[in-house]
Design a binder for this molecule. Sequence first.
Ligand code: SF4
Ligand code: ZN
Length: 323
Amino acid sequence: MNKSDLRQWPQFSDAEILAQRSRKNKTTSNRPYAFHLEQECNASGEIIDVATLFLTNRECSFRCLMCDLWKNTLDHSVRSGEIPTQIRFALSQLSGSKSARQIKLYNSGNFFDRKAIPVQDYSAIAKLVNGYDRVIVENHPALCTDDCLRFRDFIAPAELEIAMGLETCHPELLQVLNKKMDLDDFDRACDFLHSHQIQSRAFILLKPPFLNENEGIDWALRSLDYALSRHVDCCSIIPTRRGNGMLELLEKQGDFSPPSGKSLETVLQQGLSRKRGRVFVDLWDAEQFFSCRTCRKARVERLHQMNLTQTRLPAIICGDCSE
Ligand code: SF4
Ligand SMILES: [Zn+2]
């Protein structure tokens, strides 16, 4: 039996997690809170432009322990028509959006949460995005319902891809994260999407609370294998970051520290070597994970190129650190 199996795992209520929050950022219901053009390696191995929109909508009703997405959400549902307005606005402002072959409509929550994205807007949204090869939205496994199929049909001929947070395949830790799902729920959602020709991607946390550095690497790789063995098309590894209040509290108690850059490098290298599906690491503000000022830029750039090419590139050698 693994040593971690003997641990006592804590449980946190929604109220305890909410109590650590700071204020939300100011957002408005007819504007996305951010948008940009990025590059990604698609399923055929081509590097393509992707228009990524962060839509503003009602806060997700789940209370995951590590989530800070609530910061850019509203306390009320948007009115019908406001989400299409946000998409139209972002695409009109995004120079180069015409070169994009895929579009991500990320909504700081779950696209198929009816209180977040009004069902009656699916058709108008589809008219704005059905010219892309693929439309990628995020959604909780428990909300993978027939609404996904309706939206899939609306956006045709564009393909639908649904990104779901697996977070970790560690069964006890998954409960600690207050995700309100277990691995069976994740498996069911994967089967449902696969059987309806909907692609999926999984978000996996690198070093969530209560794991040390080596356990963080080990469970990220196990989670990657878990997802890829369930028809998930690609995985995105998210280094667990401070920022939602709860993680700062756990850090004070000695139960959390962010992963090192070296762990990020290890997980991407080993993930790519599996050659079972695309593996990305999330590089937003990633220099913070590397302690050496001399090489951190080069290390993040290497990871970026590895994301794009899906190949392992030569390691960075730095005279100032042993990372
Ligand atoms: S389901 Fe997603 S958006 Fe909602 S609280 Fe959990 S991580 Fe955050
Ligand atoms: Zn260095």
